[in-house]
Design a protein. Structure first.
Length: 124
């Protein structure tokens, strides 16, 4: 006997980030992107779920977090380790990039990660 999933309707979840911390907003968004709020949840499918995070600029970020959190990346060349603090990333790329990067870290690293992340919309 096999279970078949037919006609999953697209849903949209809106999360208001006003006066909430980054981690709590991101974990709620990741939970919804995985499809775990749906009754038709399936591990092997990217559910047609769109998550909209509104008022990201009004999110509560402590000063110690913005100065202390360091994002690292490697260019692939010798000596190519690059570091950027959260405050620098907000100034350079905006709060939207910080939220996307946080949610991206909460999604499993597999083939469904990219299609799930395409369904995340962050509005300042």
């Amino acid at each position: 006997m096999t279970t078949r999933i037919h006609n999953i309707e697209p849903t949209t979840y809106t999360i208001d980030a006003t006066d909430r911390t980054l981690g709590r907003v991101a974990s709620e968004a990741a939970h919804a992107l995985l499809g775990k709020r749906s009754a038709q949840f399936a591990k092997h499918l990217a559910m047609p779920v769109t998550v909209v995070i509104e008022n990201a600029s009004k999110m509560h970020l402590s000063e110690s977090r913005t100065k202390g959190k360091v994002y690292t990346r490697y260019t692939g060349f010798p000596g190519g380790l690059r570091e950027m603090t959260m405050a620098e990333m907000i100034a350079k790329k905006g709060i939207e990039e910080v939220v996307k990067k946080t949610v991206d870290g909460m999604i499993p690293r597999n083939r469904l990660r990219a299609p799930r992340m395409k369904n995340l919309i962050v509005k300042a």
